[in-house]
Design a protein around this ligand. Structure first.
Ligand code: ASP
Length: 329
């Protein structure tokens, strides 16, 4: 028992050659958010508040694919989405197709708390944001130079991608920026269990680079990218279409519920069951157990427990059980 939290900043084909200037700002943000979340849990804040607080911070960091820094659609626009869920009550809220809302995760929480619905999207979600008076900015605020370049390269390569991988073979890194674009941006998420044993999860994303306008991924789909019940809270990242097909987050909870599997075994089984290179997740159980697992090359992630375990990492030297061991810090 005891509080615990875990967060992620996206999973994918993250090369071990990722230069320190691309790696460090993200790891620093993960550490800061971990401290923030741990302090809030120590102070007795509810799990839902903590998950929202941490995801807001991650959304505000332009190095991650959520809020400012969200990747671009094929039209060069931003369409952000987010979801929150409270385990004990199964209350949840989700939003998609946002282009002006600074913190999509907080709008998702307002959908949960202030409407009879679960999911609002596009114009209706934007109108609800105005009505609630949440902070908004011109759509251009969310678009970064890096993401304009990522879209350009994705279009050139004619692909939709989790986020920017490597320049295609035979292509040079863009001369204009001189920046080695061999980095990853990522969806963000946080799961928490508080001292009273309440569970909550929150996930937020800009989706996939070069996605069609109108595309909805796994993040706001309850049971796919985001799910919590009385046993566990899960936030997933990776290829949204695969995560939806495999109902990743709900499957972890279902294996615990119907097969009595411990969190780690349930999560490892679900991730192993999805196509290689497509899924990562962070999860906590009501007992304060933490799990961070992925079948991608890496996943930006961090966790802490009341018992004193803390970890921040990108890559995993997977053992036979697929267990996470952080390296490269
Ligand atoms: N799962 C997200 C999506 O498909 C992308 C990510 O996790 O980076 O929209």
């Amino acid at each position: 028992m005891g509080w615990a939290l875990a967060l992620h900043g996206g999973a994918g084909d993250i090369p071990r050659s990722l230069p320190p200037e691309r790696r460090e700002p993200r790891l620093a943000t993960l550490r800061r958010c971990l401290d923030l979340g741990a302090a809030a849990l120590r102070d007795g804040r509810p799990a839902l508040d903590v998950a929202e607080l941490v995801v807001r911070e991650l959304e505000n960091c332009p190095h991650f694919n959520a809020g400012r820094g969200s990747v671009l659609t094929t039209d060069g626009t931003v369409e952000m989405e987010a979801c929150v869920m409270e385990g004990g009550t199964l209350r949840c809220g989700a939003v998609s197709g946002l282009s002006t809302v600074v913190n999509a995760v907080s709008l998702a929480r307002l959908v949960m708390e202030k409407t009879p619905h679960i999911y609002l999207a596009f114009d209706g979600a934007e109108a609800f944001a105005r009505e609630q008076g949440v902070e908004t900015k011109d759509p251009s605020h969310f678009i970064t130079e890096d993401n304009i370049e990522r879209l350009r390269q994705a279009k050139e390569a004619n692909r939709v991608q989790i986020d920017y991988t490597q320049p295609m073979k035979g292509q040079e890194a863009p001369k204009e920026t001189q920046a080695p674009m061999d980095d990853k941006t990522g969806t963000v998420g946080c799961v928490a269990v508080d001292t009273a044993g309440n569970l909550a999860t929150a996930t937020s994303t800009g989706g996939l680079v070069n996605k069609m306008s109108g595309r909805i991924g796994d993040t706001p789909v309850v049971g796919a990218g985001t799910y919590a019940n009385a046993l566990c809270a899960v936030s997933a990242t990776g290829k949204g279409e695969e995560i939806i097909r495999h109902t990743v987050a709900r499957d972890v909870a279902a294996l615990m519920e119907h097969r009595d599997l411990p969190l780690r075994d349930a999560a490892a089984r679900v991730v192993a069951g999805a196509p290689r290179g497509t899924v990562g997740l962070v999860a906590v159980s009501a007992d304060g157990e933490v799990c961070m697992v992925h079948n991608t090359t890496g996943m930006f992630r961090a966790c802490a427990t009341e018992a004193g375990h803390a970890e921040v990492g990108i890559w995993t030297d997977a053992d036979a059980n697929g267990e996470s061991v952080s390296v490269g810090l």
